[in-house]
Design a protein around this ligand. Structure first.
Ligand code: SF4
Length: 237
């Protein structure tokens, strides 16, 4: 569908807000969200499979073709100063994403982009994005996918040296911290957050307790999933 889009259109899964950024360094901050369709990975525990998994979802029905102008009009009318662009994998639509980020930044909004860190950002995109929340997928989370598909070392380095990225790893077991430690050393990643995997407040709280001390001892920051604690596993919150 991407090839049939007009130059000023994006494949959008949903827009929502005002809400709060629930994860990472901006946790708790009011924001609007723009979720884009499509992903180049297929993580086993993905919480947004409706953006990419055509075996379980009618992707045409999930997609709204939306002009950048309409997205900007909507986002800038909201009483917030931050927009989060997420997916799916937003960098699949990088050229149009760049135009959207530029429009949001020109309107005075801070722009966060959430990415799996496998597609290199162009200098144009870097110019308009305040922060990338880069979330490389570990072997437990991305089970079944070869490491060569999940982890692109050169791309991770590009994000790291940009000075505009933090790295956020979703942790299922305490053993995941070993894999994170290795990735951080191999690719010289800085500003690393670990976040417990889970779809309920009970799961998140339990895993956070299991990993907290060891994560801190290894020099990692912690984040929860605030949206899940506040509203449960509701879509569009
Ligand atoms: S990279 Fe993100 S959106 Fe894509 S399959 Fe994995 S968890 Fe889902």
């Amino acid at each position: 569908m991407l090839s049939t889009l007009a130059a000023d259109e994006l494949l959008v899964a949903e827009t929502f807000g005002p809400t709060v950024q629930g994860e990472g360094p901006s946790t708790g901050r009011r924001a609007v969200f723009i979720r884009l369709m499509n992903c180049n990975l297929s993580c086993k525990t993905c919480d947004t499979p409706y953006t990419w998994d055509g075996t379980r979802f009618d992707l045409d029905a999930e997609t709204t073709v939306t002009s950048i102008g309409d997205l900007l009009a909507w986002a800038t009318a909201q009483p917030v100063d931050m927009a989060v662009i997420t997916g799916g994998e937003p960098l699949i639509q990088q050229r149009r994403l760049t135009a959207l980020a530029r429009g949001l930044a020109d309107a005075g909004l801070q722009v966060e982009v959430e990415t799996n860190g496998t597609i290199p950002p162009t200098p144009d995109l870097l110019a308009w994005v305040t922060r990338f929340n880069v979330s490389p997928k570990l072997s437990t989370f991305g089970a079944g996918m070869p490491v060569s598909r999940r982890i692109k070392g050169q791309v991770l380095r590009q994000f790291a040296v940009s000075g505009q990225a933090v790295f956020k790893f979703v942790v299922s077991t305490i053993g995941d911290l070993d894999e994170i430690t290795e990735l951080v050393a191999d690719h010289e990643l800085e500003t690393v957050y670990v976040m417990p995997e889970g779809r309920t407040a009970a799961e998140i709280t339990r895993r956070l307790g299991e990993i907290a001390d060891e994560a801190i001892a290894r020099g990692f920051h912690l984040t929860t999933r605030l949206q899940l604690l506040a509203w449960g596993d509701q879509r569009g919150r």
